[in-house]
Design a protein around this ligand. Sequence first.
Ligand SMILES: Cc1cc2nc3c(=O)[nH]c(=O)nc-3n(C[C@H](O)[C@H](O)[C@H](O)COP(=O)(O)OP(=O)(O)OC[C@H]3O[C@@H](n4cnc5c(N)ncnc54)[C@H](O)[C@@H]3O)c2cc1C
Length: 386
Amino acid sequence: MTSALTFDPIRLPPECQALREEVRDFIAREIDAGTFDPLTSMREDAANYEFTRRVGAKGWIGMTWPKKYGGHERSQLERFVVTEEFRVANAPTRLHFVADRQSGPTILKYGSEEMKQDILPRICRGEVCFAIGMSEPGSGSDLFAAKTKATKTDRGWLINGTKIWTSNAHHSDYLIGLFRTSPPTKENRRHGLTNFLVDLKVPGITINPIYQITGQHDFNEVVFQDALMPDDYVLGEIDGAWKQATSELAYERSGPERFLETFYVLIELIRAVGPEPDLRAAEGLGRLIAQLHTLRRMSVSVAGMLQAGKEPVVEGSIVKDLGTIWEQRLPARVRELSAFVEPEATNRPSFEEQLAYATTVAPKLTIQGGTTEVLRGIIARGLGLR
Ligand SMILES: Cc1cc2nc3c(=O)[nH]c(=O)nc-3n(C[C@H](O)[C@H](O)[C@H](O)COP(=O)(O)OP(=O)(O)OC[C@H]3O[C@@H](n4cnc5c(N)ncnc54)[C@H](O)[C@@H]3O)c2cc1C
């Protein structure tokens, strides 16, 4: 039997437009002040502590969280607008983005009251950075094969093992990690894993860089050797982390960051073809813009469903699958279409550099946050086809 798939036809409400203008104005002032250059910032290790604090001061981190934890009780749709504008401008959000998108919501849902009061306001002020500790050398897509162990002792939990591909761990204060607390059972191989908050500053944690094909240091290997975490750093049910994962996936997978990572090359192409593109460029551009518009409508729809308290896991996975394939193919498509443009119109060095960079970034887009194949498995299961 198949299940229904729903994309509610949601439009951004009028208050979102005022917010969009405010965000654009903020970004323009930051660019004028030399905080970042949208043409080059994606090629830099854009960890900007001051910028993140200014974003926090504007109330744009933890926007949807309760005021009593430093949040602003705004809607998922408003958060969508802020994310979208920052992404389009290539703003340096790496220090707060993960905490805002998923670590904070996880703590809000599963953290102790003391943890919420301590950490969430600091995230909202842009003072702490988070990483995600799921993948291991022997378990990426298959998270339930995780081996890094958390062992209960009189003093707390001792962590031993290795996480890998840990984005931003070198900038982070904390990580939310998935650790083995018991062996899997015969009946349920997903049993035995627990989510923990990890303080990355305690002894026993080594963070080793891994360099991307672009030469950038984005992610790391994180080695734990008897790193001690307090008892109340457990997030949710001991051995039952598998029950907690699903709703978070819709947050992680459906946002505008899942189709806008190479967007800048499309903007460059539009600049290059000018107001009167030839027929072939116009056809190509029209197709790309129509696809982008559709993806955006779908992503807004998921944001609206999250706002309504739904758990659109399948819909979020579809946005991530279609979105990352679109942004992955974009650099090659832009290169083809730019072949019809006068060379001087493309401001060649910048255009070529951006295209070259986007081309090297493209392969990772369909891997980070869940691979295409794995997403399709989730979609098939969600539709009752598997
Ligand atoms: C840029 C980037 C940033 C990342 N950041 C983080 C991070 O911050 N924290 C973190 O924990 N991880 C992070 N990751 C890791 C990422 O989530 C994993 O790489 C990903 O889940 C795939 O795991 P893997 O590399 O072990 O590949 P594998 O799981 O070994 O997969 C290899 C291939 O097999 C396919 N495959 C695997 N299982 C199935 C299946 N059941 N059905 C069909 N095909 C399957 C996959 O699609 C893939 O093509 C990041 C990865 C990238 C590229």
